[in-house]
Write a protein that binds this ligand. Structure first.
Ligand SMILES: NC(=O)c1ccc[n+]([C@@H]2O[C@H](COP(=O)([O-])OP(=O)(O)OC[C@H]3O[C@@H](n4cnc5c(N)ncnc54)[C@H](OP(=O)(O)O)[C@@H]3O)[C@@H](O)[C@H]2O)c1
Length: 165
């Protein structure tokens, strides 16, 4: 973190961000840095909320900590590597049909509807890029956000995680 401070001082980087940091790691890193940590990039999507590849508690602990401390929460793998960009998950299909948006657009909109959350989807196909851009400029109804928050069949264990990825 001292090296990061040095890079800011030299004008070589503007702001400091980290990735896959737990709350304890964020606190420890911040206590060693003069500059504020402005972003934490964390695995997070409708399916993967609290059991990820590298860590857990993304939704229950890291997200609220980032929101309360002005740290931008950058959700990586927002489409669960494409699993959320196709039909097959009943609730997502239902909400997608109801609002006339694709599954990918609903999944991305759900993410950015949350305070302090931005996301980095990856798409190499131009039609996918165009579709994903359609996740912006509209809002999911509150009821739909609540249902996605509460009823979505999210991954609950490492065993389940491995089935998907
Ligand atoms: N910080 C970290 O530890 C970490 C770890 C892993 C990944 N990441 C970052 O997270 C970002 C994205 O992660 P990711 O690539 O693993 O997952 P993702 O963005 O959830 O999914 C990408 C997959 O979804 C497909 N896709 C995108 N839009 C689609 C659409 N509208 N319809 C159908 N399929 C669609 C893409 O296909 P096409 O390519 O064919 O378009 C690609 O196969 C990357 O920038 C990566 O660097 C960060």
């Amino acid at each position: 973190m001292k090296a990061m401070d040095y890079l800011v001082k030299q004008g070589l980087v503007r702001l400091i961000g980290v990735s896959n940091f737990s709350v304890a790691e964020l606190k420890e890193a911040q206590s060693s840095a003069k500059n504020s940590i402005v972003a934490n990039q964390v695995e997070y999507n409708l399916l993967v909320r609290d059991q990820g590849k590298y860590m857990g508690s993304m939704e229950s602990e890291i997200l609220p900590y980032c929101q309360n401390n002005g740290i931008v929460f950058i959700a990586w793998r927002p489409l669960a590597k494409g699993h959320l960009a196709k039909p097959g998950i009943k609730l997502l299909d239902e909400i997608s049909e109801k609002c006339g948006r694709t599954q990918a657009q609903v999944a991305l909109n759900w993410l950015v509807s949350k305070k302090g959350v931005v996301t980095i989807t990856k798409a190499s196909d131009i039609s996918h890029i165009k579709e994903d851009l359609g996740a912006l400029g509209w809002k999911l109804a509150k009821d739909d956000v609540n249902r996605l928050n509460k009823e979505f069949p999210m991954v609950k264990s490492q065993k389940e995680y491995k089935k998907w990825f």
